[in-house]
Design a protein around this ligand. Structure first.
Ligand code: PMT
Length: 232
């Protein structure tokens, strides 16, 4: 018989980049392809969960049995997530959310200014979606179990530990996005998993492997950390 350790759980996953408009034809974004988040969604569905994927603009195919909500900007992603957190058991923030957006989106296409060498854009901070989710959860039930990612190019463990604490996450998946062939857009990834369990802490090094296999390892570890343990 198939093993379904996530049966009965609702798992919400964010994936892909956000796109922050400058004017009707231009935007700020990043290189996230959505592969890691979609691999997590596919794996969660295979493990028996009900899965909602909140996705930025990507070209990935929606995994079988997964409900997908499409968003573009960080503000749209926040709104979609806020509507889902109350009823979910695990929240995984894999999206590469733009930290900043343009202060005032131009109504018309920004014209090249004759005689000016530069153009100054004023950016303002976007809300932190995963911190919002983690802080708003019901303190009595401690649900959902919140898993964040940390995309770093140096001092991986130190920055990841800081994000785990500061954003009040239960687990963090730290990936080094400066290694060729891993991280953004690649088919493979590696991660340092760090988690808080009751009063204690844990860690595990996941070596380079396909995002599909890595997603499975991340989910199985998250399931084993749930207060009630795996359901089956
Ligand atoms: O999509 P792929 O091409 O497969 O690439 C996968 C990936 C490299 C994008 C993925 O593995 C990854 O690292 N995702 C997180 C990228 C990121 O934005 O990391 P961060 O360290 O800047 O953010 C830390 C955490 O806060 C993340 O869980 C992020 O979703 C969250 N965040 C960040 C900013 C913000 N405004 N709101 C957030 O919720």
């Amino acid at each position: 018989p198939q093993e379904l350790p996530a049966r009965g759980l609702h798992i919400v996953i964010t994936a892909g980049p956000t796109r922050e408009p400058l004017d009707p034809v231009r935007y700020l974004s990043n290189h996230s392809s959505g592969k890691m988040g979609y691999a997590l969604a596919a794996s969660a569905a295979r493990l028996g969960a009900r899965v909602t994927l909140v996705s930025g603009p990507v070209t990935q195919v929606t995994p079988e049995g997964v409900e997908r909500i499409d968003v573009e900007t960080a503000l749209e992603m926040l709104e979609a997530c806020r509507g889902l957190v109350a009823a979910c058991d695990i929240f995984i923030g894999c999206a590469a959310v733009a930290d900043y957006r343009v202060d005032a989106v131009a109504e018309h296409k920004i014209k090249k200014q004759e005689g000016e060498d530069g153009l100054t854009l004023k950016l303002i901070k976007n809300p932190d979606i995963i911190a919002d989710v983690a802080l708003k959860r019901d303190s009595a039930s401690r649900r959902p179990f919140v898993v964040g990612f940390a995309a770093e190019t140096r001092d991986l463990e130190a920055y990841a530990r800081d994000k785990l604490t500061r954003k009040q996450l239960d687990m963090i998946v730290a990936n080094d996005v400066s290694t060729q062939g891993l991280g953004f857009s690649a088919d493979d990834n590696a991660a340092l998993l760090l988690w808080r369990e009751g009063e204690g802490e844990g860690g595990e090094n996941l070596p380079p492997q396909t995002k599909t296999r890595l997603a499975d390892a991340i989910l199985r570890r998250a399931l084993s950390c749930l207060p009630d343990g795996p359901t089956h």
